[in-house]
Write a protein that binds this ligand. Structure first.
Ligand code: SF4
Length: 684
């Protein structure tokens, strides 16, 4: 009998955008322990509960180990060849009948850079469509848009280290203590050791709020207003950074005019804040030498998500808090590789490195590399794809590693769209809720079973190595994508992720000097990477990414929250839990984690509980105009008044929070307005 061998292999966590790296000790398929190393650039000696204990799902009996093909209302296991036959036949038929753009692709922000690169290459170079997107559409696209509008590039402007160096960190609509735990540990350390100050602005008294020096609770969806009032107040006091604005920023005078309406009185009334609170925020910013702002879905998942993110960038520019150590803009990426999926071109208008499909010179470069003519107009994003299915324009979808039926907004509408698809391929680790709608399900390997690179929230590219062999007949996504592409005549011969990465870096200017050798072991690179391998931890020290090197102040206005009718009297909020990743497809299959948090719940305030006669643990039904869910009550002062909170976690259909959310979206990027919904509560 073969003796089990103990191995130690470096990997990168797949549970959030912080990008913790660590060694995983294994004996055969048993995960013995996770051991962070001092060389790890982000986490060094720590991980959070998910990073440390969240891996036993790789041996779950629920893992997909064979391709599945639908026969009537059930799936049957088939060989890879049989599954690929079906995909080839059905997609060729649909494209012959309805054109190339009748097919769409959604890539995965959990997959590697190499896999995302191949997915968009499959869509564009093989299937001749720019209908390709990824789940950054659900989260940080508005922040990326704001950064591009004002500074030129869509990435965080500095590093997590800069967040530690800041004298003041303003945290808006984010809860790093649960969603980005190691980052929050580093902020906590800076608070204790250096006296770093924290302002938290959130509708919910989250863990960060309990540790903050100042906590403000604006009304849901009003962040743009108080942020603009703070900026106006600073300018009115003459405390803006005149030299920075003169030398490095365009559009100051026009921007000042746009702020006229954002008086303290107006902001106080709209946001439900006291004027003193708004002034105190401004004073703390004026008093600090180095200010950084973190924000997340509480800002972006509104109809005005791009504009509120822009208001944050404007505030930073007006106060000169960009392009210096300890300052900057930090939209915190949720998935481990949401940054990388966009970087690799998994978005309708962008080729790898944010080069555009409608820029002839840039497109021609990729056509030359790939030896094909590429489609020239941007395709559909995730949101538009769902509408296009309902309209009968989109007939087939190929989706990789995203449980869209649970995590997209207005889940009932999304499910109806899936039922209307003529052909649906899902590539995933488990038979997710979404996969249950598919015609073909392809068994993919999770991160521990493959090599590649991830890019974290601070634009840091890191390598992961294969800890375990793929289970059964499952395969890394890049191998599956290559097999599919070759069925359509691609003739690809990649033998490893290294080859894929080299091809990408040979053409994408942002990554010219990045290579597997420079990323060996615990080494990492933050893009842009110059041809000589020099990387860029802090952006814009030599000027902003516009032709004249100057940033642009960008006037924005407030979009009031959606009105849905008086009977829906409670404000619904949603978000992540410390223990679980998103809907829980992976973490719920880790016994220790599942036992700790086995079901979702709704947080309601003590005053609401009293008013409705509801006690802790009671079952209630939440109802919106779009659907209803049944959840158990947790009475807590984390929420107040008529504000209720439901985590994303959902094991059962009837507890998925997105049965309540609408198809409303950010007007610029189409990110769903998940945080703008009202519900009513019925006691069961
Ligand atoms: Fe993983 Fe994020 Fe936790 Fe780090 S902080 S261990 S990346 S979930």
């Amino acid at each position: 009998m073969r003796e089990a061998r103990i191995r130690k292999t470096k990997t990168v966590c797949t549970y959030c955008g912080v990008g913790c790296a660590f060694d995983v000790w294994t004996k055969d398929r048993h995960i013995l322990k996770v051991e962070p190393q001092m060389e790890a650039p982000v986490n060094q000696i720590s991980t959070c509960v998910k990073g440390k204990f969240g891996w036993d799902f790789v041996n779950s009996p629920d893992r997909l180990t064979k391709p599945l093909v639908r026969k009537g209302d059930r799936f049957v296991e088939v060989s890879w060849d049989e599954a690929l036959d079906v995909i080839e036949r059905r997609i060729k038929d649909i494209q012959a009948q309805h054109g190339y753009d009748a097919v769409a692709f959604i890539s995965s922000s959990k997959a590697t850079n190499e896999e995302n690169y191949l997915m968009q290459k499959l869509a564009r170079a093989v299937m001749h469509t720019n209908n390709i997107d990824n789940c950054s559409r659900y989260c940080q696209s508005p922040a990326t848009e704001a950064l591009r509008r004002t500074m030129g590039l869509g990435g965080d402007t500095g590093s997590i280290k800069d967040l530690e160096l800041a004298d003041l960190v303003l945290i808006v609509g984010a809860n790093p203590a649960e969603a980005h735990p190691v980052l929050s540990t580093r902020l906590r350390r800076a608070q204790k050791k250096r006296g770093q100050k924290h302002i938290v602005a959130d509708v919910r008294r989250n863990i960060m709020a309990t540790r903050a020096d100042l906590f403000i609770q604006p009304r849901q969806g009003t962040d743009l207003v108080w942020l603009s009032a703070v900026t106006k107040y600073i300018i009115d006091q003459g405390r803006h950074d005149e030299a920075f604005l003169r030398d490095r920023v365009n559009g100051f005078d026009e921007y000042v005019k746009s702020l006229e309406k954002f008086t303290l009185d107006y902001a106080s009334e709209v946001c439900g804040l006291r004027k003193e609170e708004i002034i105190r925020v401004a004073e703390m910013i004026m008093e600090a030498e180095r200010v950084a702002v973190c924000w997340a879905m509480g800002v972006t998942q509104h109809r005005g998500g791009s504009d509120t993110s822009t208001a944050i960038c404007n505030l930073l520019l007006v106060t000169g808090n960009v392009a210096r150590p300890g300052t900057g803009a930090y939209p915190l990426r949720g998935h481990n590789n949401v940054q990388g999926a966009g970087d690799m071109g998994c978005a309708p208008p962008f080729l790898p490195g944010y080069e555009r499909v409608d820029n002839e010179a840039q497109r021609r470069k990729w056509e030359k590399l790939w030896g094909v003519e590429l489609p020239t107009t941007p395709g559909l994003n995730n949101h538009q794809m769902v509408d296009a299915i309902h309209e009968g324009k989109l007939k087939a979808m190929y989706l990789c590693g995203e449980d869209m039926a649970v995590v997209d907004s207005n889940a009932n509408y999304v499910e109806d769209a899936f039922r209307k698809l003529e052909f649906f391929v899902v590539q995933d680790v488990f038979l997710s809720k979404t996969a249950q709608f598919a015609d073909v399900v392809l068994p993919a390997a999770p991160s521990l079973e493959k090599e590649g690179t991830f890019t974290n929230t601070e634009r840091r590219i890191q390598r992961l190595y294969r800890v375990l062999d793929p289970l059964g007949d499952s395969k890394p996504d890049w191998e599956i994508i290559q097999m599919v592409a070759n069925r359509f005549g691609a003739n690809w011969h990649y033998s490893s992720p290294r080859e894929i990465f080299e091809e990408m870096a040979s053409a994408a200017d942002l990554f010219r000097g990045a290579s597997y050798d420079r990323l060996e072991g615990y080494q990492s690179l933050q893009w842009p990477v110059l041809p000589d391998g020099t990387d860029t931890p802090l952006l814009y020290t030599d000027g902003f990414a516009f032709p004249d090197k100057k940033a642009r102040l960008y006037p924005v206005d407030w979009t009031p929250p959606i009105e849905v009718g008086e009977e829906y009297d409670l404000e619904l909020n949603n978000g992540r839990l410390l223990e679980h990743f998103h809907e829980g497809n992976m973490t719920s299959r880790v016994p220790g984690i599942h036992e700790k948090v086995p079901e979702t719940f709704v947080e309601i305030s003590p005053e609401l509980a009293k008013e409705r006669g509801v006690t802790d643990g009671a079952l209630v039904r939440l109802v919106s105009p779009y659907g209803s869910i049944k959840v158990r009550v947790t009475v807590t002062d984390r929420v107040s008044g008529k504000h209720v909170y439901v985590p994303l976690l959902s094991h059962a259909d009837e507890e998925a929070v997105n049965r309540l959310t609408s198809s409303d979206h950010d007007t610029v990027t189409y990110t769903p307005a998940y945080k703008e919904m009202r519900v009513r509560m019925e006691v069961i």
